[in-house]
Design a protein around this ligand. Structure first.
Ligand SMILES: Cc1cc2nc3c(=O)[nH]c(=O)nc-3n(C[C@H](O)[C@H](O)[C@H](O)COP(=O)(O)O)c2cc1C
Length: 210
C-alpha cells in the first residue's frame, strides 16, 4: 500500500506514525506548577540527544491549542525530571496520562511518593528505578499543531542500587516499559547479544570508503 502523506489528516498521520515509530521509551515527567503542585505525565516522543552535555528531548503537544501542564510548567520554571518507570508501574504510567486541572497532582492521586531533587526544585518519583534531573536547554516548535520539542540537560542521574554495573545499566533489571500505539504497551522481550563483528582495517579500504 502506498499512502500520499499529504492526503492524511493530522489525526490519521498521528495514528500511522505512532504505530510505525515503535517501540518508544517513556519519559515519565514530573514538573512543578507555579502554585507548587507536582504534575506527572508520560511522554513517549522521547529520545537521547547528546552525551556532552547529556541532553534529552521530548515532544510535548497541546490540548485544545493550550500547552499541556507539563509544557506550561517547564516554560515557567525551566526544569523537569524525567523518571523511567518499570513493568510493575505500567498501570500508573498509563493512568498518569489522564487529563486533570493544573491544581491536581497526578503523583498524589496515584499514591506515588516523591523525593526532593538535588539540583532542582522539581521533585522526582521515589520509586522510579531511574530519574534524571533536567534543566531546560531549548524549546523547538515543530509543525502546525503547536507541539514543542523540549530539550533538557541532565544535571543529575539517580539510578536504583543494583542497576548499574561497570557504568552500564542492567536492562533486564531496569524492566523498562515502552509504548506501542494507543493504549498498548510492551516490556522487554528477548535480548540478543551480537559479538565478534569483523572490522576491515582502514588501510585496505578503497580511498572513497574512507
Ligand atoms: C504512554 C503515553 C505516552 C504519551 N506520550 C506523549 C507525548 O510524547 N507527547 C504528548 O504531547 N503527549 C503524550 N501523551 C499524552 C499525555 O500524557 C497527556 O496529554 C497528559 O494528560 C498530559 O498531562 P499534563 O497536561 O499534566 O502535562 C502520552 C500518553 C501516554 C499514555
Amino acid at each position: 500500500m502506498s499512502i500520499d502523506a499529504r492526503s492524511l489528516s493530522p489525526e490519521a498521520t498521528y495514528r500511522l506514525m505512532s504505530g510505525i515509530v515503535v517501540p518508544r521509551p517513556i519519559a515519565w515527567i514530573t514538573t512543578l506548577s507555579p502554585m507548587g503542585v507536582v504534575n506527572l505525565a508520560p511522554f513517549s516522543c522521547f529520545t537521547f540527544l547528546s552525551n556532552k552535555p547529556p541532553l534529552l528531548g521530548v515532544n510535548v503537544g497541546r490540548k485544545a491549542g493550550q500547552r499541556k501542564d507539563t509544557g506550561a510548567n517547564i516554560h515557567a520554571l525551566g526544569e523537569f525530571v524525567v523518571n523511567i518507570g518499570e513493568g510493575s508501574q505500567m498501570l500508573a504510567i498509563h493512568e498518569s496520562s489522564a487529563e486533570h486541572a493544573p491544581d491536581v497532582s497526578e503523583a498524589e492521586l496515584l499514591g506515588l511518593g516523591t523525593l526532593p531533587s538535588e539540583t532542582l526544585r522539581v521533585p522526582r518519583l521515589a520509586d522510579a528505578p531511574v530519574s534524571m534531573e533536567c534543566r531546560l536547554q531549548q524549546v523547538i516548535p515543530f509543525g502546525d499543531t503547536g507541539a514543542e520539542f523540549i530539550v533538557g540537560e541532565v544535571l543529575r542521574f539517580h539510578v536504583r542500587e543494583g542497576l548499574l554495573h561497570d557504568g552500564k545499566i542492567d536492562t533486564r533489571a531496569l524492566d523498562p516499559v515502552c509504548r506501542i500505539g494507543g493504549p498498548n504497551y510492551a516490556t522487554l522481550g528477548e535480548i540478543v547479544t551480537l559479538r565478534g563483528m569483523r572490522q576491515t582495517p582502514k588501510s585496505v579500504l578503497p580511498e572513497t570508503a574512507g
